[in-house]
Design a protein around this ligand. Sequence first.
Ligand code: FAD
Length: 511
Amino acid sequence: MSSPRTLVSRRTALRTVIAGAVGVGPLGCQSSGKSEVSTTRLRLAAENAAAKTCPVRFAGERFDQPHAKRDGRAFPQAQVSENVEIAIIGGGPSGLCALHALKGRDAVLLEKEDELGGNCTSDTWEGVTFSTGAAFFTAGDAALVELMRSIGAPPLPIEGGDVLVVGGEPFADFFGNGARRLPFEPSVRDAFRLSAERAEERRRQSRERELDVQSFSEFLRPYPAELRVFWDRFGASNWGATAEHTSARLGLSAYAWLRGEEEGRLSYPGGLGAAASALGAHLSATLAGQVRTSTFTHELTVEAGGRSVLVHTLSAGEPRTIRARRVIVAVPKFFAARMLPQLGAEQRAAMSAFRYAPYPVFNVCLNDVGPELAYDSWFLDAPFCDIIPADWVLFAGRGPKPRKTALTVYHPLLEGQRAQLLDDERLVQMSDDVVLHLDRHFPGLRGKVAETRVYRRGHALPLPAPGQLARAELASRTFGPIAFAHSDSRGDVSAFAGALRAAHRAIAELG
Ligand SMILES: Cc1cc2nc3c(=O)[nH]c(=O)nc-3n(C[C@H](O)[C@H](O)[C@H](O)COP(=O)(O)OP(=O)(O)OC[C@H]3O[C@@H](n4cnc5c(N)ncnc54)[C@H](O)[C@@H]3O)c2cc1C
């Protein structure tokens, strides 16, 4: 969120904070008291006075350099100016964990953004810290918990389970005993409970690889539509895919998470952005000069005999080339394929077949306390999937009142909707819809809204579609002196803990 505040065109607005200042408009938002007005808002206001919106600020990853690479632009290449033992490409959780594990070695980490953390970042409004991406990990992720403790950033426990919100009312344990209380027809209530039992049976009886090639939607076919709607939303929010595009392997195991079998959830104010940021700060402080941001890697060339790799970068816009004996690629596979022109056809095809969900995350900043029904509240009838009160990990719904708060709203899109992330007007509309729907469920909420922050994520979640396990294995094979560490390497749901495992695996493969 360190970008300059300027008035910009839609295409160049990608990483620009657009601050708007409007009085109380039709949505009843409270004025932010700031004096800048966004071009988007001016345009909307001119087109339709009734379309005035709550102030919206945009932030997110930079798309210009990756898009130029996608479109075949030739980047300038420089002479080698540095030799290192290991170069790590990507400063998300997997790259950070790799550098941490390589402490004491001659390693550098190269991140294209000016901020570390990838899909684990956070932001702050008026002293309220909120997540702009990943939310929590679990006590069962023991290696990750230990890593965070070892750097002086122990996580806090998250109290309580999730709820399903129907008609503004929260329903807990909705796949267990709570199913009996759901305000649905008896057949739907039974389906919630029975499907959970059958999922467990099916998981016990089947082999992982067998389930991986089947679609989760086949399992859901006999059940009423409400169940399918729930899983389409739970899947989209957690792993970027509706049931149809989810393997049965993943869908069936997700039942266990909701039955409360997931070991204690842990997080931070600001979600896992705080974890990545603590790890990044620790590495930057202890490994001076080894963590480099604003460094976009556009090509990797394996030199004759596979003894080294030329890492071609644009560092703060200037071409710079590093020779590394080994490379760990901790960026998503669809982009890894673009960086590596020498890759074999089979591995390239597997990488290019990966699918990713675009994923804007909205944070609705409130001048007072909003709904605090549970850590994560799920909706069947809203444009978004779920909401998390940003300070739940501190107060579990029992914080002082009044106080400023934020609601993190998870609003994944379908793959075909990716272009909407580049459309400011569309995002402003989506932001309005978010506020309107929240207000419908929780009357009076819109009067508390100070502003909304929208964080754009282009290829946020790798889809665990049927067959992804085999595709991921093929795509992640070590290529000469290059190993792959991104969290998309195993075909599982993308997670910080998986990023740590991927980093350790890549280091072991390189030896
Ligand atoms: C909305 C959302 C909610 C989530 N919730 C959770 C959750 O609750 N719990 C959980 O565990 N996980 C969650 N995740 C997933 C979690 O964020 C990811 O698993 C994690 O960020 C993966 O880390 P990574 O390093 O593998 O990849 P990424 O986070 O994708 O990081 C890759 C990094 O590489 C950089 N990069 C890309 N291309 C280049 C290049 N050419 N040159 C240099 N750098 C480059 C990127 O800028 C980025 O920093 C969520 C994700 C999203 C989007």
